[in-house]
Design a protein around this ligand. Structure first.
Ligand code: SF4
Length: 406
């Protein structure tokens, strides 16, 4: 089949959720461009979209996207659909009623009746697995970045330059914002306070964990507030890569090198997306923050001039040790545990690189593809409570504790 473009891993748009806001927004755009003379649209949300759509602002984004067209959004939490993030559009036009399912597969991508075949066929790379890519690069003595450059469009570097700018803008907004995040949880924005507190630590801005965490918080809070961010590979995990970028800046890595590192990270993201999933609703948080962590590790290893084997091994370690991570956003808001998790896994990405470079190349037992396959199988086996439904994990315990206190 071959991998599709890495651009679909880094999509610029409004938070807080790539599958629950960006995907439904693109789904509405698709329906509006396909059908003419629309008189009314009823949208039914199923599975994870129905269970956490309110907290994830799905109805809000549908209202915004359908503008003044009369419509209703129905949350069907009972019907079980093949994919957990399915929307049905019942479109009433002057020429009759049409019904169409759209699936939001994560990272802002959607599968529609019209693009179903495209998404399966249109790969631009000759390979689909990281082991094949790694062997090809070693055989032809090229870097992973050169491999990406060989296959992507000429404008890809400029696209990623924009990606970096949007990430930096989100950091700056996040570091200057105060107050509470939207929703019932009353979570206070903390990035600014953390940034100011850093000055009072012994190491100041040289404190890697604090500096990285502060930048991850800034973007994750912007995402939770519905600000413009970049999926990497999703909205919920959008804070991981900006934290890793701050680490690279602390080490005086140039923006040119960071942009190239982002492109290498994209290769790992698209391998996960096409061979497994980047959707919390499908495979839990291992598919969102776990994948982001492995992308961050690959980016850092690339920027430090590591060889192909070390870059792949860094990403593998980061993903392997994120396996089993559940998705349990409290009350459906992309806030708890998502924001702290972005920060923690940015730090973990740094450590994955440190570990990878000390493990001898001839003693590697788990390939990146093995970890991706394991992540997918674990995700499919995972109880639905832990897959963006807010029925289990922290979401369940915290609700129960709140009730007990009342
Ligand atoms: S717990 Fe993870 S997968 Fe679930 S919404 Fe939060 S960031 Fe996304």
């Amino acid at each position: 089949m071959g991998l599709r473009s890495i651009k679909e891993i880094f999509i610029i748009g409004h938070g807080p959720s790539s599958s629950h806001t960006m995907g439904p927004h693109f789904a509405c755009d698709y329906i509006l461009s396909k059908y003419k003379d629309i008189e009314r649209i009823d949208v039914t949300l199923y599975g994870s979209l129905a269970l956490t759509g309110k907290g994830h602002l799905t109805d809000y984004i549908i209202d915004l996207s359908l503008k003044d067209i009369p419509h209703e959004v129905v949350f069907d939490t009972v019907t079980v659909t093949e994919h957990p993030n399915t929307l049905t559009f019942d479109v009433y036009t002057k020429n009759g009623k049409f019904s169409e399912n759209v699936i939001s597969i994560g990272g802002g991508s959607i599968i529609t009746r019209d693009n179903l075949l495209d998404t399966k066929i249109k790969g631009i790379y000759p390979h689909q697995y990281m082991t094949d890519i790694m062997n090809y690069c070693i055989k032809h003595d090229i870097s992973l970045y050169e491999y990406v450059e060989m296959h992507e469009d000429k404008d890809t570097y400029d696209y990623f330059k924009r990606v970096l700018k949007v990430m930096d803008d989100a950091v700056n907004r996040g570091l200057n914002a105060t107050g509470y995040l939207p929703g019932s949880l009353k979570v206070r924005r903390k990035a600014k306070e953390m940034y100011e507190a850093m000055e009072h630590t012994e190491l100041g801005e040289n404190d890697v964990a604090m500096n990285v965490a502060t930048h991850s918080f800034a973007v994750a809070e912007e995402n939770a507030a519905g600000g413009i961010i970049v999926t990497a590979p999703t909205c919920g995990s959008a804070g991981v890569i900006p934290g890793c970028i701050q680490y690279l800046r602390m080490k005086h890595v140039s923006d040119d090198n960071i942009i190239k590192g982002l492109m290498v990270a994209g290769l790992f993201g698209i391998v996960c997306k096409m061979n497994a999933s980047v959707s919390g609703a499908e495979c839990g948080c291992q598919a969102e923050i776990g994948v982001a962590c492995s992308m961050g590790a690959a980016m850092i290893a690339h920027c430090f001039g590591k060889g192909t084997v070390d870059i792949v091994q860094s990403a593998e370690i980061a993903l392997e040790h994120s396996l089993g991570l559940t998705c349990d956003p409290v009350d459906g808001y992309v806030q708890i545990p998502c924001i702290e998790r972005c920060a923690l896994f940015a730090i973990k990405a740094i450590n994955a690189v440190k570990l990878a470079v000390i493990i001898p190349d001839d003693d590697i037992h788990v390939s990146y593809d093995d970890s991706v396959k394991t992540m997918y199988k674990t995700g499919l086996d995972m109880n639905a409570k832990y897959k963006e439904t807010s029925l289990g994990g922290l979401a369940e315990i915290i609700k129960r504790e709140e009730k007990r206190k009342k």
